[in-house]
Design a protein around this ligand. Sequence first.
Ligand SMILES: [Zn+2]
Ligand SMILES: [Zn+2]
Length: 243
Amino acid sequence: MESTEHNIACMVCGADLIYDKTAKNQICVYCGEMEASPIYCPNGHFVCDSCHSEDAIAVLQRLAEIDKSKDPKDVVKKALSHPSFKFHGPEHHSLVPAAILIAMKNRKIAKPDGSPITFETILEGIRRGAKIPGGFCGYAGTCGACVGAGVAVALFIGSTPTKGPERKVAHVATTNALNLSQDGLKRCCKRATYYGLTAAMKLLREEYNIDLGELPEHKSCKYTAMNRDCEEESCPYYIGASA
Ligand SMILES: [Zn+2]
Ligand SMILES: [Zn+2]
């Protein structure tokens, strides 16, 4: 019970986190580094993004190396079942590109330039996702898991800041995910992950004829009971009261 609480709130004491309007300098209880963040525990605990996510990131790196899934939803299922994945947290920003790229690598899908998607490609996707801080959805008008769709597509097509057409495709992926995310609901890193996967999988299918499996299904989320902030009937992925 305790570990479930700590999984969705302050990692130290389980209290609901405060999402403040402005950042303040805080010292991480684990690594001692000072960081400015608007998110903190009412009991004074602060855990930096690295300490919050590093175990989950290690799980993603491990999956990148060994997982044989050909469907991004299966990668997501495995990652989310691992205890290092907190209910909400910036590790979801790396999860979307990892899931898409792992499935593409296992299907031996080549990039448009003919080169393969490799373990290194997936690691780079995980690294890029991990640069997006926790809470960015509410603080910056973009959601890290939705940007994850852009990261996955950018790596597939080899987008860089100076490649106009490729950069556009990456923007379309993130924009499509953000369009889904304009639901007016409180943040949920699971819902955001489904949005990110949906946008990336749809774009790859429609523009590149790459089929990575069925899109995440509405009314299929198994995590309602773990989320104090679940928006239930307002969320398209809510499975229903009996779940
Ligand atoms: Zn606390
Ligand atoms: Zn830390």
